[in-house]
Design a binder for this molecule. Structure first.
Ligand SMILES: [Zn+2]
Length: 192
């Protein structure tokens, strides 16, 4: 399903990746932490990859889903042009069920893509499952706050989370009322 628009071209993506002219999204850091995919594997996949889908977003422009391999391991990498001459790597994952039948083909149901409309991730087209998210963390003035057990739609593919208006109002209210209680140990990894 490839349509022409402002999605990045494969040669441009490869050039940018090779020159280290790219940024990665927060999703990918999360993937590093779960050891699902490494930056080396992402670079390998881009180097031999090809574009298999173009995703258009009304506000964010278009992104290209690329399939490449690191050794035998298939990897999907979602790439966009950040509009400042750099490649933006939105997320990367190993294609697998329930979303992918094989690295090239999505699982289809009755000729339709699974999870169309409400059940489909805005960012990657992945399937949304209703879960309780254990931890939402955010920083404010150097302090780390964690909000626990929020009902959310979780993308099974890229990990994007969707919170209903109702839940977000409740969270906002609890924050405003400063209803934080208890602390937990935090493990810190220093980059430098
Ligand atoms: Zn997603």
């Amino acid at each position: 399903m490839i349509s022409s628009n402002d999605a990045p071209e494969i040669e441009w993506i490869k050039e940018k990746a090779k020159a280290d002219d790219y940024n990665i999204s927060e999703h990918i850091i999360r993937y590093f932490l779960t050891k699902k995919v490494t930056i080396r594997e992402i670079e390998d996949a881009i180097a031999n990859g090809r574009i298999i889908e173009i995703h258009s977003h009304p506000e964010k422009g278009a992104s290209a889903l690329l399939l490449g391999y690191s050794g035998e391991k298939p990897i999907h990498v979602m790439c966009a042009d950040d509009q400042h001459g750099w490649l933006l790597v939105l997320f990367a994952y190993v294609p697998a069920r329930p979303m992918w039948k094989d690295p090239l083909n999505r699982v289809t149901k009755g000729g339709k893509r699974m999870g169309e409309k409400l059940n489909k991730c805005f960012f990657c087209g992945g399937k949304i499952k209703q879960v309780k998210v254990g931890n939402f963390d955010y920083r404010l003035e150097g302090k780390l706050y964690v909000v626990k057990d929020i009902p959310a739609g979780l993308c099974m593919q890229c990990g994007e989370k969707y919170i209903t208006a109702q839940a977000s109002k409740k969270i906002n209210r609890l924050i405003e009322e400063d209803r934080f209680g208890g602390t937990e140990e935090v493990f810190v990894l220093k980059y430098e």
